[in-house]
Design a protein around this ligand. Structure first.
Ligand code: M6R
Length: 609
């Protein structure tokens, strides 16, 4: 996955591209580059490493022009290097291309083009696109692109520029996200809305198989076959500062502190005015359809998968409908049994994760109704699902997901209650008390955030360790998995999450004197059992921090330290118990001097398989 941006108009093109790429760096930051048509012709500048390196090089010799394309790369084919960076050009240097996605048949295409005399300099799949376009060009860049894409297989969002037609910018979308920003006497392309939000709030969201021709004062939308189409303008109503750090040192910390608002916004108008019912007017699913559902598959990746594990507990507890949770990259390859009565729930912050999207398509092919929980309106997942519950967390920029995860939990709580209401599984009084507890969560998170200094001190202590363990039972185990992923992802400390009762079946051998163990113990009906497991690790010298529910004095006697979360009902506890774990990962990463928002080897949105 990568980020692409393009501009045509009278502004300083170089700076529009660089500013746009800064907003897209979350998609990849192995290298960056721009191609701008200047007085000298089509000029390309690219550099391995962070965008700031390219920016520095461009400041020594700026490229001046009124049309250009830019790219920030997350390497797939070919190592991060100057030569593998985008934009890629053909041998005549007259055509340049930026690409997000993967060309699956690039080797075959490369062989065909090589046989015709094309010479390749990079290891990328993208370079073949520039050569293909050059090969078929006959005076019209739109036609050349349409012809070229016919022979390409895979996923691609493209920005294409040719020196022969320096007043035309071509954009293509096929299975990778792309939007067109509509300006006055200027137009834009971008992988995502923040890239162009500084300049316009009016956008077209391209669908797969669509393309656009941008000139300074017009945008022509068409299919890849060349049929002209019209589209509604999508008006973006979120504000640019929402996507900035707002005074926090890192996006991740800002996003952790935005969680109370994200909880409130996600609940929003989904709770009836008298607070007696959950209402989900956005769902097309009828009560009758819901009543006929026999089982649920939840499918997602990474943190969203962990939200799905919590979702399983919540839905099964409230409705007694069986739920399976699958990692999206495994789902379609295990030939899942999808019945017409199976409801498939896909969860994705970005709504662009390739494996989640493929799982969604597999489910639809098998006739299932697909409900998406996503944070991005207009994303591929949102557009392809039959139903969508949007998590109103706002843009999440840090690679490590925090507010999107907890908003996904809120979405599951709301859906679980709504479903139970529909099935008549809970009486009205019970629903009202669950809703009361749900509404408390945001202020309870605020309360916990006031105690972040304690977690910071603990994080600084554990930052000197190379290994640690998270343990928990039931819902606590689901949260332990998320705590462990968060810590690994940004602090690079190796950690593992285990169901507390499973340690003695092998992993206990790894417990040595002094090793930190974080025990989640919020589920009171399992508390005694968890305490026994804590004693097992304590007896082998582990230093245990427990995360427990306020009022549980007993656990204090069994561990070295306790962090209490405010009291809530067991089924909602994950929305609170994960907060200290997010802070722990953040402060441990900081103590180790890591780049918190952009951890090594990772990108925010994984749009390749
Ligand atoms: O955008 P998605 O929710 O589909 O992304 C899924 C995962 O890539 C994502 O949650 C990833 O695990 C996070 N970086 C974890 O913090």
């Amino acid at each position: 996955m990568c980020g692409i941006v393009g501009y045509i108009g009278d502004r300083n093109t170089q700076s529009v591209l660089i500013e746009g790429l800064k907003k897209l760096e979350y998609r990849g930051y192995d290298s960056a580059g721009v191609a701008i048509y200047t007085e000298e012709g089509l000029e390309v500048k690219k550099a391995k490493g962070r965008l700031s390196i390219l920016e520095g090089e461009l400041s020594n010799r700026p490229l001046v022009g009124s049309i250009g394309i830019g790219h920030t790369r997350w390497a797939t084919h070919g190592e991060p290097s100057d030569v593998n960076s985008h934009p890629h050009i053909d041998n005549s240097s007259k055509f340049s291309v930026v690409h997000n996605g993967i060309i699956e048949n690039y080797i075959e295409l490369k062989e065909q083009l090589s046989a015709k005399g094309h010479r390749f300099v990079s290891e990328t799949d993208t370079e073949v696109i520039a050569h293909l376009i050059a090969d078929v060009y006959d005076g019209d860049i739109v036609k050349a692109v349409q012809t070229a894409v016919k022979s390409m297989r895979g996923a691609f969002a493209l920005g294409v520029l040719t020196e022969y037609e320096p007043d035309r910018l071509v954009a293509v979308r096929q299975a990778s996200p792309l939007i067109i920003g509509i300006g006055e006497n200027e137009n834009f392309i971008g992988s995502d809305i923040p890239a162009i939000l500084e300049y316009t709030r009016n956008v077209y969201i391209l669908n797969d198989g669509e393309m656009a021709l941008l000139t300074k004062d017009a945008i022509q939308l068409m299919t890849l076959e060349g049929n002209f189409i019209t589209k509604e303008v999508f008006r973006v109503d979120w504000d640019i500062v929402t996507a900035e750090k707002a005074g926090f040192d890192h996006f991740m910390l800002k996003e952790i502190y935005e969680q109370p608002k994200a909880y409130r916004d996600t609940m929003g108008s989904r709770i009836s005015e008298d607070a007696n019912e959950v209402v989900l007017p956005e769902l097309n699913l009828t009560a009758e359809q819901l009543m006929n559902v026999t089982n649920i598959h939840i499918v997602a990746c990474g943190t969203a998968y962990h939200a799905g594990l919590v979702g399983k507990h919540v839905i099964e507890k409230l409705t007694r409908i069986p739920v399976d949770v699958d990692v999206a990259s495994e789902y379609r390859y295990r030939a899942p049994i999808i019945l017409p009565s199976t409801l498939v729930i896909v969860v994705s912050q970005s709504g662009e994760t390739a494996d989640t999207l493929a799982a969604l398509r597999e489910a639809k092919r098998n006739g299932a109704h697909v409900l998406a929980i996503t944070n991005v309106v207009g994303s591929s997942v949102a557009r392809e699902a039959d139903d969508v519950i949007v998590t109103w967390a706002g843009p999440e920029i840090a690679v490590a997901s925090t507010k999107a995860y907890t908003s996904q939990l809120i979405a599951f709580f709301l859906f679980g209650v709504f479903y139970a209401q529909t099935l008549g599984k809970t009486d009205a009084t019970e629903v009202a008390t669950v809703i009361e507890d749900l509404q408390q969560l945001s202020s309870q998170v605020e309360q916990m955030l006031h105690q972040s200094a304690r977690i910071k001190t603990y994080a600084e202590e554990i930052s000197a360790h190379d290994h640690l363990f998270f343990i928990g039972r039931g819902l606590d185990y689901a949260v332990a998995l998320e705590g462990s992923l968060k810590l690994k992802e940004i602090s690079y400390i190796h950690s593992e999450a285990y169901p507390a009762g499973e340690l003695k079946h092998g992993t206990l051998a790894l417990i040595e004197p002094g090793i930190p163990v974080i025990a989640l113990a919020t589920q009171e009906e399992l508390l005694e059992k968890t305490i026994s497991n804590i004693k097992e690790v304590k007896a082998r010298g582990a230093k245990v921090l427990a995360i427990a529910m306020e009022g549980n004095a007993e656990i204090g006697k069994a561990v070295d330290e306790v962090f209490y979360i405010p009291r809530t009902r067991a089924v909602l506890s994950a929305a609170l118990s994960v907060i200290p774990l997010q802070l722990l990962a953040y402060y441990a990463s900081l103590a180790r001097g890591n780049d918190v928002d952009k951890p090594r080897n990772l990108a925010k949105s994984v749009t390749v398989e």
